[in-house]
Design a protein. Structure first.
Length: 126
């Protein structure tokens, strides 16, 4: 916005901000920026398919935290014939990852640090 006020040219301001001119135009006209977008929803969009079997899954994870979600899901498919679909595997993996933070599965840490300051982008540069 600052750059646009200085130059009064959307195209150049957008290029300096590192965004598309159409997006810059939308922001200048008053649309909500990325920081002003509504947050994530906190409600479920469909019923929980794993609610009935979840206590057993948590028990398995507690006894053997190194178990992979894929293995547990394959076991569920065998035990509960016709109740689950192969398409639900990724949802099950996400749920296991949320429920078992102690396992460390899929987590990594970045130890590097940078003293270089980045140029402003997006709305800050406009």
């Amino acid at each position: 916005m600052k750059q646009f006020q200085l130059e009064n040219h959307i195209g150049r301001s957008a290029i300096k901000a590192g965004i598309d001119p159409k997006t810059a135009s939308k922001y200048i006209k008053g649309a909500a920026g990325p920081d002003e977008q509504p947050g994530e929803r906190c409600w479920r969009t469909h019923p929980d398919a794993f609610a009935e079997v979840w206590p057993g899954v948590e028990e398995m994870l507690f006894r053997e935290p190194e178990l992979q979600a894929k293995v547990i899901f394959e076991e569920l498919l065998e035990k509960e014939c016709g109740k689950f679909s192969h398409r639900q595997r990724r949802s099950f993996e996400r749920r296991v990852l949320e429920a078992a933070p102690w396992s460390g599965a899929g987590t990594f840490f970045y130890s590097g640090s940078s003293t270089r300051r980045a140029a402003p982008t997006g709305l800050d540069a406009l």
